[in-house]
Design a protein around this ligand. Structure first.
Ligand SMILES: Nc1ncnc2c1ncn2[C@@H]1O[C@H](COP(=O)(O)OP(=O)(O)O)[C@@H](O)[C@H]1O
Ligand SMILES: [Mg+2]
Length: 245
């Protein structure tokens, strides 16, 4: 689905990603974990077209997207859920979600049909359509952001740290919502600072450290990998913050 090879990218004169290879299989939930500053968000920014890579290839369903625009990436079916506060607090759940589909210029009736379909996967859409988004909990708002991204019927959804800033009670909501994205037909590529959460949810995982892939495999293999914690504790020894669970 997404095939990344030899990706180099950075900011100004500085290389952050130094030859990243990543394969995201169709229908998978793939998770990138790694210490703070490893380049995880940079991988997503490069895929979504916000950052132009210096070298390397990003193919989605065989189409080369490296160096194209965010609009081209969106048209190729890849949608990134913005990191936070992406909803209009005073608008209702329903209007926030419907807004996600306007870019397709579909008729209102078609958008509403899609909304009803999504309510089957994201219960909050059916339970509280008229609630202002600002009145929801953090986990519920994140769920509405996911549903809005699904209005575009994406092939791939990119999630950058979906649990960031949420209380532990919201983790179950986020887990269910990531599964809802997946059962709604999207391949999911997520980045997670909560290693335990990310590896429990994903079926494939890649460990990134200092802009390079150090481990890749099934999430179960990565969970059982004795060197995994070395990646994080090694980072801590280098003075980078350790990863909270
Ligand atoms: N817009 C930017 N300009 C300059 N440096 C950046 C920018 N964004 C991130 N960086 C740097 O790139 C490195 C990797 O960042 P990032 O991809 O956000 O890491 P992660 O998501 O793994 O924590 C960090 O050293 C960070 O300071
Ligand atoms: Mg990040």
């Amino acid at each position: 689905m997404i095939h990344i090879e030899g990706l180099w990218a950075g900011y100004g004169g500085l290389d952050i990603l130094r030859g990243v290879d990543l394969l995201v299989e169709q229908g998978s939930i793939t998770c990138i974990v790694g210490p703070n500053g490893a380049g995880k968000s940079t991988v997503l920014k490069t895929i979504s077209g916000l950052l132009r890579p210096r070298r390397g290839s990003i193919a989605v369903d065989g189409a080369e997207l490296a160096g194209t625009s965010p609009a081209t990436v969106l048209r190729a079916g890849v949608v990134q859920v913005p990191q936070k506060n992406a909803l209009f607090a005073k608008l209702t759940v329903r209007d926030n979600v419907l807004m996600g589909g306007y870019i397709h210029r579909k008729r209102r009736k078609d958008l509403e049909r899609r909304y009803d379909q999504l309510a089957g996967q994201f219960p909050i859409l059916g339970e509280r359509p008229d609630a202002p988004a600002g009145s929801l909990s953090g986990g519920q708002r994140r769920t509405v952001e996911f549903a809005r991204a699904m209005m575009l019927e994406p092939k791939v959804v990119l999630l950058d740290e979906p649990t960031l800033g949420l209380d532990p009670l919201s983790l179950a909501t986020i887990r269910d919502s990531v599964r809802a994205l997946h059962s709604g037909g999207a391949t999911v590529l997520m980045v997670e600072q909560n290693v335990r959460f990310g590896l429990a949810l994903a079926d494939r995982a890649t460990v990134l450290s200092a802009g390079r892939v150090v481990l890749t495999g099934t999430a179960a293999q990565i969970r059982d990998e004795p060197d995994l914690m070395d990646v994080f504790f090694g980072a801590a020894r280098r003075g980078e913050p350790a990863i909270p669970e």
